[in-house]
Ligand binder design. Structure first.
Ligand code: HEC
Length: 154
């Protein structure tokens, strides 16, 4: 019985080691002039809110913590990044039509208002991403006012 138990632990450790060789590609692209932080004159508060709460999953650059690079956590994180970027990639902001920008801003405001973004699992680990009511209000007000500006072509 004890031998079987030891063997199982050994197999488990071995499996953990083996899966480390199967790592997703890291989300570490260049920041170019289309990135929202470059192509838009954002108020200081908004750029730090976006950086702290959204850009890890909604841009081509993720700030990884060490254990994000350990499988199977890395697979889980990569799933969020890939899915988040396919919905909204703020690294491409500058290349969008006004309609795309307005849609994205409206979606961002809605998700933040409803408390659906940033993802709960992310907020648990990234305390800076936990938005206070005031921060949610600033982010939504900003999204709404920028949306209006884009609409009127200012
Ligand atoms: C941990 C990764 C992560 C973070 C951080 C994050 N998102 Fe998301 N986001 C996702 C994923 C995954 C999806 C797609 C699945 C879904 O809608 O739940 C998504 C979807 C969205 C969508 C599209 C929703 C729709 O259904 O149209 C918007 C808009 C959005 N996020 C905005 C934000 C904003 C704004 C922030 C910061 C306040 C943020 N997200 C932070 C992962 C993230």
């Amino acid at each position: 019985m004890r031998r079987i138990f030891q063997l199982l632990i050994l197999l488990f450790i071995l499996a953990l080691v083996v899966i480390q060789f199967f790592q997703p590609e890291k989300n570490k692209g260049e920041i170019d002039s289309n990135h929202i932080l470059k192509s838009e004159q954002l108020p200081e508060e908004i750029s730090s809110l976006l950086s702290n709460a959204c850009l890890d999953c909604h841009s081509n650059q993720t700030n990884y913590l060490w254990y994000h690079q350990v499988a199977p956590v890395s697979w889980f994180i990569n799933g969020h990044i890939t899915e988040g970027k396919s919905e909204l990639n703020l690294s491409d902001w500058g290349s969008w039509d006004p309609i795309d920008k307005i849609t994205a801003l409206d979606d961002m405001a809605t998700e933040v208002k409803k408390g659906k973004m940033p993802l709960q699992s992310y907020v648990l680990i990234h305390r800076k991403a936990k938005l206070s009511e005031e921060q949610k209000a600033s982010l939504t007000a900003w999204a709404e006012s920028l949306s209006e500006k884009v609409l009127t072509g200012e």
